[in-house]
Design a protein around this ligand. Structure first.
Ligand code: UT7
Length: 335
């Protein structure tokens, strides 16, 4: 069988933990307030896991959901690609652990470490594999458990209030026709900004990797972020990337029917939309309920927007994201 002209999303799924953590709950743990968090980020609440079912547990539920919607079984998957900055264990990556849970042995599985933009990179990889005949049905998964890796203390409040747990997945395979599916992607990275958002350790340049007493004295195992630098680059990077990806496929930003941006800060997304001339009716956001779930924001948002009936056949969808690295980009898909 020859490789298809286009790949598309055949199924989608999402999973968020049941436990809701409000801004007031966090204000009981550190010096912050519901008013500050809502005003600066748009977040009202987020979900936290309440058991030891880590990012792979959430990934499994989202994946089974996506497989069901695609009408496929795990045995039909010939490539699994996963993104997570909060893997269950240090190595091997979540893709191998998820593969074990889904009882798929043999086919390719690998991980991409691109934080908030991971899902865009993963979809671009899946698209390439399908269009070059390297795989038929690719399971693409973003899953995170942040709640066990952030610090509930004043010095980390600007980071901790932003993040939540969750997972999303899509199955990417051959598009039934050449009009629908992925039309273009635009991906970037700029390693000069590693220090603006990172978790420094544990890492191989430290000996021992986790020194005694680190929790009391050292912040290096918790995320460190220069929020305003990330904010400015995110607005600029996503706006420019959406313009590039639409132009590269012969469209204009006015042709976008639904913008599905990464959920890091509602104000970032509003500025991106304003720069592009996209109104609320053409943009989806759900950060108010989940916070930033990093690699999982885009598939969770896609699943919800579809469920709400806000996407119809033939719509031009644009996904965009920005995050640590910095890495960022966009993808264009005709639904
Ligand atoms: O997915 C990609 C990863 N992350 C992002 O994209 C995040 C990008 N950055 C942001 O979203 C924003 O920069 C933040 C939400 C992190 C911060 O918002 P901001 O408007 O840039 O606030 P700021 O950092 O300039 O801080 C303003 C004030 C400071 O107090 P002073 O110096 O004015 O007295 C902070 O100490 O707000 C204080 N502050 C807080 N106050 C209450 C910082 N965090 C908090 C907090 N609660 N959680």
């Amino acid at each position: 069988m020859s490789a298809p002209e286009r790949s598309t999303i055949l199924g989608w799924g999402a999973c968020v933990p049941e436990t809701v953590v409000t801004n007031d709950d966090l204000a009981g743990l550190m010096d912050t307030s519901d008013e500050w968090i809502q005003k600066r980020s748009g977040i009202k609440e987020r979900r936290y896991v309440d058991n030891d079912d880590g990012s792979v547990g959430l990934a499994e539920t989202a994946s089974r959901d996506a497989l069901n919607r695609a009408g496929l079984s795990p045995a039909d998957i010939d490539l699994i690609v996963c993104g997570s900055l909060s893997p269950d264990i240090d190595f091997p990556g979540n893709s191998a652990l998820l593969q074990r849970r889904l009882a798929i042995s043999g086919p390719m599985a690998f991980d991409v470490r691109n934080q908030c933009s991971a899902f865009l990179y993963l979809m671009a990889i899946a698209d390439q594999y399908v269009r070059t005949g390297g795989a038929s049905n690719v399971l693409v998964v973003g899953s995170e458990v942040h709640s066990t890796g952030i610090e509930y203390a004043d010095r980390s409040r600007h980071v901790t209030v932003l993040f939540g747990d969750g997972a999303g997945a899509v199955v990417i395979g051959a598009s039934p026709d050449s009009d629908t599916g992925f039309l273009a992607s635009d991906l970037h990275s700029d390693g000069r900004y590693v220090g603006a958002l990172c978790v420094d350790g544990p890492g191989s340049r430290r000996k021992p990797r986790v020194p005694d007493g680190w929790t009391d004295t050292d912040i290096y195992t918790y995320p460190q972020m220069d929020g305003s630098t990330v904010f400015k680059h995110a607005v600029r990077g996503m706006t420019a990337s959406v313009e590039t990806v639409t132009a590269s496929a012969g469209f204009s930003k006015d042709d976008i029917d639904m913008l599905l941006p990464h959920q890091a800060n509602l104000r970032i997304n509003q500025l991106v939309a304003m720069g592009l001339g996209i109104d609320d009716a053409r943009m989806a956001n759900n950060i108010d309920r989940y916070g930033n779930t990093t690699a999982a924001t885009i598939p969770i948002l896609l699943a919800e927007t579809l469920e709400e009936g806000r996407i119809k056949k033939g719509d031009l969808l644009c996904f965009t994201a920005f995050g640590a690295g910095f890495t960022w980009g966009s993808a264009l898909l005709r639904w």
